[in-house]
Ligand binder design. Sequence first.
Ligand code: SF4
Length: 226
Amino acid sequence: MKISLDNLNQTITNCSKCPRLVAFRKKISKEKRKQYRNQIYWGKPTPGFGDKKSKIIIFGLAPAAHGATRTGRVFTGDKSGDLLFKCLYKAGLSNQSTSTDINDGLKLSCFITNVLKCVPPGDKPELKELLNCSKFLEGELHILREAKILVTIGKVAFDEILKFYQRKYSLDKKNYIFGHGKKYKLPDGKLLVSSYHTSPRNFNTGLINERKITNLFKLVKKLKIN
Ligand code: SF4
């Protein structure tokens, strides 16, 4: 069946399959963080966005409670996203270094989404929630046919992509070790590239910095996949 990205995103936005996550996103959107108390939170699942013809898809774990769950755009409105968008700009994958809201004029030459479209409490999704949401991941991969490189931000996104491929192909996860800048061929010929998460914790401990993340995206941009 043919489905457009707009249709898929509409379906994602209307989804209420995971009761725990529906309750949590409603709670967050009602209670709000003090500094955003005058804003209306998006409060729904957050679909991906960007260039649907790009060869690159970037996968995070899930929307942040007061980031994407507030702004309605992935990685937008929190510190992890601030660093990510700065690095994408430096690597030449966007037209501006910031992402603040859905009308800020940002244009990407990659596509960004999350493996889970709703924020989980404590950033800890349950297995069944990840499984429920994998149908949307499948839809995205089906629609974004030009994508040849899947970049995962953080280990949970890396593991979820592997689990998704494991369900479809024979793949031994033991052969795929998470690490910054690691590259693996997937059974359908795509390339999986793993990155450490752009979280403030990784930044503050020195595990990542602007240069490391920018360099990874510069390298990804140059990769040629047949
Ligand atoms: S996590 Fe995915 S499947 Fe679950 S309610 Fe959100 S959009 Fe639906």
